[in-house]
Ligand binder design. Structure first.
Ligand SMILES: Nc1ncnc2c1ncn2[C@@H]1O[C@H](COP(=O)(O)OP(=O)(O)O)[C@@H](O)[C@H]1O
Ligand SMILES: [Mg+2]
Length: 339
C-alpha cells in the first residue's frame, strides 16, 4: 500500500497507481490516467538520499536539452523534488514508453544498447554539474582486495579461503589500468536499465538514474559488458563470456562515441571489464567470510555463504573467460574500422 500523503503529494488518486514488477532495488509503481501511463512513482532504496533527485533533475534536464529522450523528475504539487514518508524517500519521474529486458537476447539488442550508451555519453560530455549526492567506494578495487587479503590472513571457512586465494591470484594477472578521465556516468548499466523500442529495434533511454556520478568509461562500460555478455546471470555456477555480444555492443557504442573516447579509454574498457569481474568476485568472497551483506535466495541455497560462494566462483570464472579472449576484445575496441 502506498501511504496517502505520498499519493496526495503529487495530486494523484490511489486508484491511478499500480505496482510495476521486476525492479531490483526500488519499489516502482506506474501512475495511469485515462488508461495511459504518465509517471513512475518510486520509493527509493535507503542507500540513496533524497538529494540524489537533484542530480537526476540536473542531468536529465541536460539530456533533454541535447534532444535525448529521458525520464524527467516530476516535482510534488508544492514544488519539492521528493517526498519523505516514515524516513523513506519517494519520487516521481515522467513515464517513457519502452520494452525492458533482463538478459540480452542476441547481439542486435547489444548493438542498439551500445549506441544508446554512446549517445548518453556524448550528450553529457559538456555537462557541468557538482553532484549533491555521491556514493563512495563502489569501485574501490584496491579496498575490496585489501579486505579479502586480510580475511585470508585471518583464516576462515576452508572453501572461503580457497576461492579467495584463487581470486587474489587471478588479480595478479590484471593488466595495468590506462589513465581514463572522469566523466558523468550512469553507474549501473545493466540491460534492465535501458528501455528499447522494438520496431525497429532501437535504444530509447536510460532509467534507474540513482547511481549517476563521476566515474570512468572503464567501470561504466566494463560493468555493463560484464552483465550484458554473461546472459546466464550472476547466480549460476556456469558462466560464459559472449564475445559476439561484446562485439555488437562496442560496434553500437563506437558508432556514436568514437569521436569522444581516446585510445587509452578504449583499452580501459577491456581492462575495466576484467577488473570488475574480479572485483565483484572479491566482494562476494568477502561476504563468504563475513556473511552479512548480499541478499540470498533460500529457495536455492542452504545459506547466504553458499549463495555467495557460487557467485564468487561465477565472477572469477567470468573474469578468467574474459582474460582468455582479452586479445580479441582489445582488437574489437581498438580496430580502425568498427567491428
Ligand atoms: N521513467 C520510466 N518510464 C517507464 N518505465 C520505467 C521508468 N523508470 C523505470 N521504469 C521501469 O521500472 C523498472 C524498475 O525501475 P528502476 O528505476 O530500474 O528500479 P530498480 O532499481 O528497482 O531496478 C525499469 O526496469 C523499467 O522497466
Ligand atoms: Mg533497474
Amino acid at each position: 500500500m502506498i501511504p496517502d500523503d505520498v499519493v496526495r503529494a503529487w495530486g494523484w488518486g490511489a486508484a491511478e497507481i499500480a505496482e510495476l514488477p521486476g525492479g531490483l532495488i526500488n519499489a516502482t509503481y506506474a501512475v495511469r490516467q485515462a488508461g495511459a501511463p504518465i509517471a513512475v512513482l518510486q520509493r527509493i532504496h535507503p542507500v540513496f538520499a533524497g538529494e540524489v533527485n537533484l542530480d537526476i533533475d540536473a542531468v536529465t534536464t541536460h539530456l533533454a536539452a541535447r534532444g535525448l529522450t529521458t525520464p524527467r523528475l516530476l516535482r510534488t504539487s508544492d514544488g519539492r523534488a521528493w517526498h519523505e514518508h516514515a524516513g523513506r524517500v519517494w519520487r516521481a519521474l515522467s513515464w517513457v514508453d519502452g520494452t525492458t529486458i533482463y538478459a540480452v537476447p542476441d547481439p542486435a539488442w547489444a548493438e542498439a544498447g551500445g549506441a544508446l550508451v554512446g549517445a548518453f555519453h556524448r550528450a553529457v560530455a559538456d555537462l557541468a554539474h557538482d553532484y549533491a549526492f555521491a556514493r563512495d567506494g563502489v569501485h574501490d578495487t584496491r579496498a575490496h582486495l585489501a579486505r579479502l587479503t586480510d580475511h585470508v590472513a585471518a583464516g576462515g571457512p576452508v572453501e572461503a579461503v580457497a576461492v579467495a586465494r584463487e581470486i587474489l591470484d587471478a588479480v595478479r594477472g590484471l593488466p595495468e589500468m590506462p589513465d581514463a578521465p572522469r566523466r558523468h556516468c550512469h553507474g549501473d548499466l545493466k540491460i534492465s536499465n535501458l528501455l528499447f523500442a522494438t520496431a525497429p529495434l532501437c535504444g530509447v533511454c536510460l532509467v534507474d538514474l540513482d547511481t549517476l556520478g563521476l566515474s570512468t568509461i572503464a567501470f561504466e562500460l566494463g560493468d555493463a559488458m560484464r552483465s550484458w555478455c554473461n546472459p546466464q546471470g550472476e547466480d549460476r555456477g556456469s558462466v560464459g563470456f559472449d564475445l559476439a555480444i561484446f562485439a555488437a555492443a562496442m560496434r553500437g557504442f563506437r558508432s556514436v562515441a568514437d569521436p569522444l573516447v581516446s585510445a587509452g579509454e578504449k583499452t580501459a574498457i577491456v581492462v575495466g571489464l576484467e577488473t570488475v569481474c574480479l572485483e565483484l568476485a572479491a566482494r562476494f568472497a568477502v561476504d563468504v567470510f563475513r556473511d552479512e551483506y548480499f541478499g540470498w535466495d533460500p529457495a536455492r541455497f542452504a545459506s547466504r555463504r553458499a549463495h555467495n560462494l557460487v557467485r564468487a566462483r561465477g565472477q572469477l570464472a567470468l573474469g578468467l573467460a574474459v582474460r582468455a579472449v582479452r586479445g580479441d576484445a582489445l582488437d574489437l575496441v581498438r580496430s580502425a574500422r568498427l567491428p
